[in-house]
Design a protein around this ligand. Sequence first.
Ligand code: SF4
Ligand code: SF4
Length: 446
Amino acid sequence: MDREAILAAVEAAGVVGAGGAGFPTHVKLKSACEVLIVNGAECEPLLQVDKELLHHRLPVVLEGIAAAREVVGAKRAYLAVKGKYDSLLRKIKRHLASRPWLELVPLPDIYPIGDEHLLVYEVLGRRVPPRGIPLQVGAVVLNVETLYNVAKALAGEGVTQTYVTVNGAVAEPGTWSVPIGTPVEEVVKAARPLLESGSWAVVSGGPMMGEVVDDLSQPVTKTSKGLIVLPRDHVVITRLSAQQALLRWAYSVCCQCTMCTDLCPRHLLGHPLWPHRLMRALAAGGPVDGEIAAGALLCSECGVCDQYACFMGLSPRRVNQMLKAKLGPSQRIPEFSMSEAIRPGYVDGQVPAERLAAHLKLARWNHPAPLRGMLPGGTRVAIPLKQHVGVPAQCQVEVGEAVKPGTLLGRMAEGKLGASVHSSIAGTVTAIADGKVVIERDGSDD
Ligand code: SF4
Ligand code: SF4
């Protein structure tokens, strides 16, 4: 396939970044760069999608890496995986001889090493500027599952399934391929929660950056990676749930210990982000605006400050989220500059993943989550027309229409940033509401 054909296939398949906010992959692939970095770090505790895909679907992922490297014109590609996965590293090494352009980079087991800024520094020794993207230092970063989907796109398959790790207080932790649009509750029940109904809660996306799922009928999407089941009174659930309320008094009790800044990974890289100063400004009363508010844009929302650093349980991250949401189009965004070098505490301030899991009282819930194949799915899916950065896809089906896996439900809007959306099951469209296409399974072969 030539470059244009690969780009067209990836666009038609609706591939988006599976490890983050869902940036359309065909747009990213249009960049020309020197190196491609494959992000297999998956640093959120308990999540294991990338590890399982690399173990069990390696040839497909390698095909995706080769296609992406060709499209962006990169001389080299780096596959970055945690160094602690010995057998996986050995398996990958066996495929390197025939791919001299690909290098394996073992990563330290620290959080949040999967953050693009940290990953690029770890792999290339280059620092992405504040608010910048890896392309500014010659790199494109794509996640493992995204590249798996790129390879499937080359075979003409739209993104209809997503890989999800279900872990925590469950009898059968595992990683499933799930039809997009399946309710969270159905996916969680496949892993058989250990506790009685009503006494557990689910975090979607991982215990550090995830959110507690209030409504278990919500669908999994292209960017779903993990569903963590925990007792309702577990510290991760109570902290994530309470942080919104904590905002009201957080500023006044901050003792300015600076731990949030000392351990902030973006600060340690040299970005001008000082979470404790933000808390001080808020405690001083008046509205926070100008440069301090704009500084919130530098926050990756990794959660180190609130889930790990702050012994008072305060949340500079939530404050940053709030400030980002409030920044209007008239807000002047200053030119942010980096320190000349990484800060002296860069190494000492790193958060070992094992210590983090123990700190979050997750050690007993951190089980292996082997690949368990495709979740059969229930009778109904609700597929959002927007699962990506950009504008929603334009609906292409009507109520009453029969669809099968791969049927185009929503076409990417012409000339806009976005991605197409496809059906994940065979059935009939029964509703189109709230930005979702609802499909009832008709029992025919998927
Ligand atoms: S770690 Fe907590 S108490 Fe210390 S400065 Fe940061 S927000 Fe304030
Ligand atoms: S969430 Fe906290 S620790 Fe992470 S980048 Fe933002 S301010 Fe820094």
